[in-house]
Write a protein that binds this ligand. Sequence first.
Ligand SMILES: [Cu+2]
Length: 227
Amino acid sequence: MLELVIIPWDLFPLAAAEEAAIVDDAFKLLMILGAPVFAFVVVTVVYSMLRFRRKGEPAGDGPAVHGPRPVILAWLAVTGALTLLVIITPGITGLRELRAHANEAPDLVVQVQGVRWMWQATYPEHGVVSYDELVLPEGERVRFEVTSIDVLHSFWVPAFRAKIDAVPGKVTTTFATPDTLGSFQQDVNMRIQCAELCGLGHSVMRLPVRVVTEEEFEAWISKRSAK
Ligand SMILES: [Cu+2]
């Protein structure tokens, strides 16, 4: 439905997971709904600046202006309705869709631990720990079990549109089903990036992500577990 509207969707960065479409559709809807409101505000401000600019009158406050009432009521009704709409959808429905399979067993579990200023990825089923890259097989639903051992961080993979807080003493979860082969070297959005300001090294707190075929993943895992 949203694809019918002509907007340069190339503004969106690489999407490399099935779940990304849900988040991108939410952004598109917000842009479509927000553009007329933004345009109305800008036009009103510019009109008011030109129409009501000072022309030699004495300085100081003028009389208070109340109204016109129908305009105020219409403004409240329209923006209130839009706000309620986006809270319900894509807000509540989108989050529900993103977590639709949260209670089902994932294909792969990766434990991700943030620490100033790096990420550690553990593959508990394989006994593998990686500090230099996050390797994932294409087409498998991955559950990320995220935590931190010092301060608040935020696990964010732009290409997957997956983001969840990394909280000390707590495990938070998010999901992604990578559907595009690729690596950080090919596209910078393929990375875990800390998205919660956590100190000096925050901006470089990242871990390259690489999505590979099932066979390449098995080969990588056995190579790593042999070490
Ligand atoms: Cu951080």
